[in-house]
Write a protein of this length. Structure first.
Length: 119
């Protein structure tokens, strides 16, 4: 799954798919033209690339997500922590909070997540 990274434009296109999926490839061409100014050939080229990465599939003219948006971002987060902090979530949090103070709400949410994962 190391080939899942999306560039800025690919990310905007993926968001179109996630928002409208399942979507016909014809409708996706219209959406990409309106939102990104793309021609049909560009839409199909990028779609084919993202299908090849295992994020989406296009079967019978119907585009569906193989990974949800949440699953995609979870994988990206895991890879970032693994590559940047040798897989250490505490090291990531220490670096993150070194320059940004967490709000009481954020601390409560993190504590809730920790408590849930202890069970």
């Amino acid at each position: 799954m190391s080939n899942l990274k999306l560039g800025a434009v690919e990310s905007r296109f993926a968001d179109l798919i996630w928002t409208h999926a399942p979507v016909s490839s014809t409708q996706l061409v219209r959406l990409a033209e309106a939102a990104l100014g793309w021609k049909k050939s560009t839409t199909y080229t990028v779609l084919r690339r993202l299908c090849g990465r295992g994020i989406f599939q296009n079967e019978g003219g119907k585009v569906t997500a193989l990974l949800s948006r949440e699953e995609y971002y979870a994988v990206q987060s895991e890879q970032f922590v693994e590559e940047t902090f040798s897989g250490s979530l505490p090291a990531f949090l220490a670096a993150f909070t070194a320059r940004k103070r967490l709000s009481d709400e954020e601390i409560s949410e993190l504590q809730r997540l920790i408590d849930e994962n202890r069970r």
